[in-house]
Design a protein around this ligand. Structure first.
Ligand SMILES: [Zn+2]
Ligand SMILES: [Zn+2]
Length: 178
């Protein structure tokens, strides 16, 4: 790829999967025609509560629900949910599969369904390496850009939930002989 093409491309769209200018961006946003990663924009809505336990319980239930549903289509390698407050990242869910064909099957199914009384919509995303997309300062609670930051502020499930889900997925795969 030449440098010229690189300059034309929107850094945020390719690295984070979403850019605050959306379709009006002056740089190029070209959707991938296939990818192992799906993006479901604005899928998670935080309940209005100040109680951190209530918020974590609600999020864990959501995470488990979506993870299990996605893993039915194939090996899920990562599920990332953003808690940024800006419109283009708020509640975004990224699902990275091992194989693009499994992402395709999940996409075809999700796009015919509803979630939380809204039609589900998902698209392929260029993001395959979350290390470059995630705001590390947010993980240390020191992001000076706050909720409007343009890098992913990742909302984490309880560690136990993630371990259980990964184990369940592994058991399911090995019982099917995949
Ligand atoms: Zn852009
Ligand atoms: Zn940040």
């Amino acid at each position: 790829m030449s440098n010229y093409e690189d300059r034309d491309k929107c850094h945020f769209y390719y690295k984070i999967g979403a850019c605050r200018h959306g379709d009006r961006c002056s740089k190029k946003h070209i959707r991938p025609s296939i990818s192992p990663t799906l993006l479901v924009p604005n899928m998670y809505w935080k309940p209005s509560s100040d109680d951190s336990q209530t918020l974590q319980t609600d999020f864990d239930a959501f995470f488990e629900d979506v993870y299990m549903e996605a893993a039915r289509f194939g090996e899920l390698q990562a599920m990332v949910v953003c808690e940024n407050k800006n419109d283009h990242l708020n509640g975004n869910v990224y699902l990275k599969f091992a194989l693009p064909k499994d992402a395709q099957a999940a996409k075809d199914s999700f796009n015919t369904r509803w979630y939380n009384e809204r039609p589900l919509y998902c698209e392929y995303s260029h993001v395959t390496d979350f290390r470059e997309a995630v705001c590390r300062k947010h993980d240390m609670q020191s992001c000076e850009r706050g909720d409007e930051c343009n890098f992913m502020h990742v909302q984490r499930p309880s560690p136990r939930i993630l371990t259980d889900l990964e184990r369940a997925q592994w058991r399911e795969r090995s019982s099917k002989g995949k």
